[in-house]
Every structure is written in C-alpha cells, then in structure tokens.
Design a protein around this ligand. Structure first.
Ligand SMILES: [Zn+2]
Length: 410
C-alpha cells in the first residue's frame, strides 16, 4: 500500500503547530515522507482546500457513558447516582457492554479521535470486551476496569481483593492496554487504593483516576480521610507518577500542585464536563505556573462533546473566563497551542511516541478534511479552523493508512 495525500498539513511542533501546503506519503500504514514545499499533483486525494492533521487524542473519557451524553446536567455526586451508575450497572451484561463499546468506537472515529485513555465499568468481563472492541477497531491507548468497593450502589461494589485479582488478569488487545483505574478516592477504600498502587507497580501499568473535581467531593473526602490533602492520599498509596492521569484537578492547593509536579503526573483538564456538571473552572495558567503537566479530555459523558477540537475550543473559552477574573490574558492558550494539545501534547501524556504527529516514521493515523475554503485565506487560519470547526468537514479518518471512517473519493 503506497498512497500520497496533499493539502494543508497541520504539523505539531515542540511548542505549537505549523500549517503548511505540502504532501505526505504513506507506505504500509507508516508515514514515510513529509514535504512542505507546496501542493502535489497526481495524488490519491487532496488539493489546496484539503486539511491533513494527525488523528486526535482524548486523554479522559468513559466508554459506558456514550448513551447518557447530555443527560442530567446535575452536580457530580447526584449525577453519578441518578444517571451514571444505573447506566454502568447495565454492563453486567457483557454483550450490552460490547455493543456500547462498538458504538463508542464509531463515534470517536467519526470525529477524528484515534487514541484514548478511558474508563470502563467495575465489571471485569465487560471491561475485557471493551478493550477487545477498541483494539480490534484500531484505536490505541488504554481502557481500565473502574475500581469501586464502597460509596456506590451495591450492584456496582466489589470486594477490593476481587477487583485487584480481576484487574490483574485483563489483557491487551492490539493497541489497547489495561490501565489501573481507581474511580476516585470516595469510592475506593484505603485497602483498594493501596492494592491499586501496588498492582500498577507490579504490572508496570499506568494509572488513571479523578481528583478534585467538585467542592462537595472534597467535603466527602475530608469526612473519609480527615485532614490529609486529596492529592496526598493518592501519593501515599503510590498512585502518582509520570504515567498517572488525574482528571479535573480544579480545586488544588499550591502544596497539592507541587506534589503533582514532583511526581510527574499529568492533570487531564476536562473543560466541557466542568461546565456541564457545574463543577468549576480549572485555572490552567496557575497549573502551568506550578509546572504541572497538562492534557485534555472530553470526559464523556460528564462532558457532552465528542470532538476533541470542540473540547480544545472549550479549553480556550474557559481560560478566557478565568482570565476575566485574574486579569492574566497571557494564560489564554493560542489556537496553535490548542491544536498541539489535542495531537502531540495528548500523545506525549499517554506515552505514545509515534502518535499525534505528522513526520516520517510515525503511524499514518490521520484526519483528512475539507474545511470551508475561507479557513485558508483567513488572517488566522488556525483560529478559524479551531473556532468554526465542523465535523461535516471530515472526509475520512485513517488508521495506519486504512480508512476507519468516511471515504476517500476515487
Ligand atoms: Zn471522568
């Protein structure tokens, strides 16, 4: 298989992205050549109104929650009880879980998402099926069994030892790997948190969890754990490190930010979920000043947006609102920084060295789009593409050079 695509190439760099006319050659699923000296002729697809960008990456989402996107809009703990837990309980039926995971894969690929870090449910068989479906559909990244042994409906709670035994047996499928997934410290006993940290070290697996999403959550944490700061709890149980993804991180003291910085953990910012559940606004500038590594997640279904482009736009909007208060307009990310975040930035957060890039040697996981042509004559093409983004522009999503969504006209 040898194909060449031409168009405006959105190429992530160390600090942002470049947009340049050029072409990419793909041989056997790998990008072998990238040229930015102008559009090419006689290619498989593309012209001067085509956009070619790396497949997008979503660092935090919940596969079982695709069927309940947009439901409720309640505060976190009420929304979990009324909307999420009843839906996740349905994953006791592994066939149902597999169907939902397949639907989720279809939806993700349709908006250009090619790699994920995702929660499944507390059910071991359903989690394995979700890993298998995502792997077979060609996505990459991580899917974890959601660990809960308290503070949830009885049909979703499991003894800690059972959960740890089950999580240890999960197997990789193609590019999807298991990840240790304590849901959050409210729903995990100290025994389960301790076991999860030990299991991550023993198996060499990454960790994902939630941290400091809402104020009522912090109050419950204080009731359960006393004065110990939320972040310090995860640290004590060995759950922090360069391969740990911490979703939300809205309400953190400078001391907690310093713990995260020292551990090298990544804070997964989820701006659409934070407004939908009225959780709060993360101060991205303050996190950057504390030198905390940041990634971006849709947090489906607390987040209602499947498109990572619109999640990135929400990140910019949230930063603007925060800047109204702080007066620190410098903290608002540029469109180039937003594009980098959902491509190479999120790939680095997931430890995927050959994702989120357009360069020789990386996998040809690409999105090919036909934006409104004025995007390319705009004084700020990257800003236009980010803010006016429309999924109908997507012609195809390619995984290893093969069409996984859409079609390339002959
Ligand atoms: Zn979440």
């Amino acid at each position: 298989m040898n194909s060449t695509y031409t168009g405006w190439l959105l190429i992530p760099t160390d600090t942002g992205v470049d947009l340049a006319p050029g072409w990419v050659r793909v041989i056997n699923g790998i990008i072998t050549e990238v040229n930015t000296a102008g559009f090419a002729e006689r290619v498989e697809f593309g012209d001067d109104s085509t956009l070619i960008l790396p497949g997008l990456i979503d660092c935090h989402l919940h596969i079982p929650q695709f069927p309940v996107i947009g439901a409720g809009g309640l505060p976190l703990l009420t929304w979990l009880a009324q909307v999420v837990f009843p839906e996740e309980a349905k994953w006791a039926d592994a066939d149902y879980a597999e169907a939902v995971a397949d639907l989720a894969a279809t939806r993700l690929l349709s908006v250009g998402t090619v790699a994920i870090s995702a929660f499944a449910t507390v059910h071991a068989e359903a989690t394995q099926r979700a890993i298998n479906v995502m792997g077979r559909r060609g996505l990459r990244g991580f899917v974890g069994q959601s660990l809960m042994d308290r503070e949830c409906p009885p049909e979703l709670a499991r003894p800690a030892m059972q959960l740890l035994r089950e999580a240890a047996k999960l197997e990789q499928c193609s590019g999807i790997y298991p990840i240790i997934t304590p849901r959050f410290a409210i729903s995990c006993s100290p025994e389960l948190l301790h076991g999860a940290g030990a299991l991550a070290r023993k198996l060499g697996q990454p960790v994902q969890t939630h941290l400091a999403e809402t104020r009522p959550e912090l109050e419950r944490i204080a009731e359960l754990f006393g004065d110990e700061p939320y972040t310090a709890i995860y640290d004590r149980f060995g759950l922090l490190g360069p391969r740990s993804l911490l979703a939300h991180c809205i309400y953190l003291s400078p001391e907690e930010q310093a713990i995260i910085n020292r551990s090298g953990s990544v804070a997964a910012h989820c701006p659409t979920a934070n407004t939908f559940l009225q959780s709060g606004l993360m101060n991205k500038g303050a996190m950057e000043q504390a030198a905390v590594r940041l990634a971006l997640g849709s947090d489906i279904g607390g987040g209602y947006e499947r498109s990572m482009v619109r999640v990135a736009r929400a990140m910019v909007e949230t930063a603007r609102i925060v800047a109204l208060e702080s007066g620190d307009a410098e903290a608002v990310p540029s469109a180039a920084q937003a594009w980098r975040m959902i491509t190479r930035g999120n790939a680095e957060a997931l430890g995927l060295a050959d994702a989120g890039r357009i360069e020789p040697g990386v996998r040809a996981d690409l999105v090919i789009a036909r934006p409104d042509p004025e995007a390319f004559t705009s004084p700020d093409p990257l800003g236009f593409l980010l803010h006016a983004w429309d999924d109908r522009w997507i012609t195809a999503t390619l995984l290893q050079g093969d069409i996984a969504h859409g079609q390339i006209p002959e």
